[in-house]
Design a protein. Structure first.
Lengths: 414, 414
């Protein structure tokens, strides 16, 4: 069968009918709806000469043996958040089905080609995202903690897994799937506004951001709003306000791709008649370059010290969470750029804000790249999530071209 | 009896023993403890040739007839907030007792002199402050609403009043007490840091601030902290942060005595991974000059419009509450300045941030002035509230001198 990108759209719509409702997609991992989606997916590939298996972490694999054991992997996830969108994750596995059809049609490929549908990327039910991919990557280090995890109804994670034939104690054995893996390709909607604002359908992802999350506590002095002259105040909000504005300058100075966000400030006592005594501020900083990320954090801390001095208040920092940047493979980024340019006439390289299964695969040492297709209004994790049909079709074509180029590269390199 | 300011301190300590506990003063209006405090006060004046009465609003009056019916009033309140301080309100009535002793000792004064202990200045139990003074001033306009007011236990305000012999329907008849009133004098602790910071024991109050209270709602767009570039954001917090800093510049430009406070900012969704969509900000602005207050509000609104434009967010304003400035009497301010300077060697004129019974009396057209005595660390409404004993003694002396000067002025003027 020649590649038919319009079929991908039709199949995504079919999946939406099967597993969504008026509130959006309901393919939450480790539920019956998710199981139904996976069975539907399997049905789509039943006619092809592929070996199907589900690994120890619940990941679903289809393998098309090639002239070489070295394998090119195409991956995605079919699970969604509750009331989610129709494209987040599913686009890639369904596009992957179409690419597998085209390759299988042409006979034995030069390398083995595998499609993987990762289990529980979203972590919607148990709050543990990238479950299947981190198990296969060997980076799942929190199994002890996961054994105690419960969902909102009190069902434990191990019990829910068992219903789907997965034994948490053996999940890490899924790492054997990495044998022979020479490249990993993932297509995803952007979930951000960059490509739309540039009027570009497709982009190449450079990697996933490193993240530094901090909670900053400003401590001043509560004082009566009427009886305390301006120059006698120690206003905690003033520190937080200055920093909320300064982090934007820090991001600007750091340059393209740097983001800093203050998502919350909580004031105490928080009443109209009192100067703010304490302000608790959240800060999220991201960059693709670990050095620049560290610099952004250092600059924010220095600025905070300066503001604390200016305002005669105290400031303290607590790191809430952090992750290193994960950079994708240079050679695959080049190939992806070629594929996108051939298909869409132009390409744009950009970092990914959200994490993806691709980050776990890349961490495990498998050369990895992602393609982004434009999201309308940057919306995701909502039934309003959407992408123009012509862009969806282009994305299937680009993934297909990238697969061809990658198979060729892997087969000639090894 | 000659004036004995040390007796005022001893009596305030006695009152504290009688009506306080380890958490502070408990003289909440319309309670048994408050009643006990008022009976104690009455006992202190029983030996003097004064006429005692309780008016229709529950205010307690002592009258020393003079050569003229024109009356000089000295006032304060003996009620406190729960867990309150020993001086807020009580200082003036107890100092007033000492001044009445001194005047009565000297025979018939040139004018009638009256001491008033206002009922329920704090509004601690029913949330309605300045109860007795606003009734006597004729400015109590919320009687219908007060009839439905209940305390935390569900007791209605009219029922609580009735237990203390007060009929809410007749409270406004207390305005007859204003007959002949030619001057009103009130001593109070500053409840702020100004006098302490200047190392000055006593000050003269110019009036009570006009207040403008606003709630400002900034509306931007929630967006993912990772996938939204800095120049694509519509950050509601940025508007609030800019305004929180700008109001300080507005107060500075307006000059001495202007205060602007942003006491709270509430961010939504308020999570670390999202740009702030809405920020609800509180603003309190105060000035002694109605024109300047209006100007400060206008400047804040203009600045907010500018910031909304800069940040591509929306901003809307709601007035929560407002009150006009109430200016005290120029001639009495001069007399008070003289009295303070004679007693303490120096004086300082300052506005009052908090409202006081004096504001109600002044609104009703009775020439009014207040004296402030230094508060330690500006603390009030807490058991930590305190003032140096030597400053308390000076304050009794200053009130006494001011009474003498005022009686003389009233008697020669009329």
């Amino acid at each position: 069968m020649p590649l038919d990108p319009s079929r991908t759209i039709a199949e995504l719509q079919e999946l939406r009918e099967l597993t969504g409702d008026e509130n959006g997609a309901q393919r939450v991992a480790w539920t019956d709806t998710w199981k139904r989606a996976r069975e539907w997916l399997r049905g789509k590939l039943d006619e092809l000469p592929l070996e199907h298996e589900i690994d120890e972490a619940g990941n679903q694999w289809w393998t098309l043996g090639g002239a070489s054991d070295h394998a090119v992997l195409i991956g995605g996830h079919i699970d969604s958040v509750p009331n989610g969108g129709w494209l987040d994750g599913a686009l890639n596995v369904v596009a992957g089905v179409e690419v597998m059809r085209r390759i299988a049609e042409e006979g034995e490929p030069a390398t083995t080609v595998r499609l993987v549908e990762w289990a529980d990327e979203e972590g919607a039910r148990f709050g543990r995202s990238l479950f299947g991919s981190s198990a296969a990557a060997g980076s799942m280090a929190d199994q002890d903690e996961l054994r105690r995890r419960k969902d909102a109804e009190g069902t434990s994670l191990p019990d829910a897994l068992e219903e789907h034939g997965v034994d948490l104690d053996r999940a890490l054995d899924a790492k054997s799937q990495r044998e022979g893996a020479a490249a990993y390709l993932e297509l995803h909607i952007e979930q951000g506004p960059v490509l739309e604002s540039m009027d570009i359908p497709l982009g190449v992802v450079l990697g996933t951001y490193g993240v530094e999350r901090s909670q900053i506590t400003w401590t001043g002095q509560a004082a009566h709003a009427g009886s305390t002259p301006m120059d006698k105040r120690r206003d905690a909000l003033a520190g937080a306000a200055k920093l909320a504005l300064e982090i934007r300058e820090i991001a600007k100075r750091t340059g393209q791709g740097a983001v800093c966000t203050s998502g919350n400030v909580v004031c105490k006592p928080g009443i109209v008649t009192s100067v703010v005594e304490t302000a608790e501020q959240l800060l999220d900083q991201r960059h693709l370059d670990a050095g620049k990320l560290a610099e952004m954090l250092a600059e924010a801390r220095e600025a905070a010290e300066r503001f604390a001095k200016e305002e005669d208040v105290e400031v303290s920092w607590e790191r809430i969470w952090a992750i290193e940047p994960i950079l994708f493979d240079d050679a695959l980024i080049e190939l992806a750029d070629e594929a996108v340019t051939e298909v869409a006439g132009q390409s744009h390289r950009l970092p990914s804000g959200p994490l993806h299964d691709a980050a776990e695969v890349s961490r495990a040492g498998v050369p990895t790249v992602m393609l982004f297709v434009q999201s309308l209004r940057g919306l995701s994790h909502t039934k309003l999530e959407d992408t123009k049909p012509e862009h969806l079709e282009l994305s299937v074509q680009a993934l297909d071209r990238l697969a061809t180029k990658t198979i060729e590269r892997v087969s000639t390199q090894v």
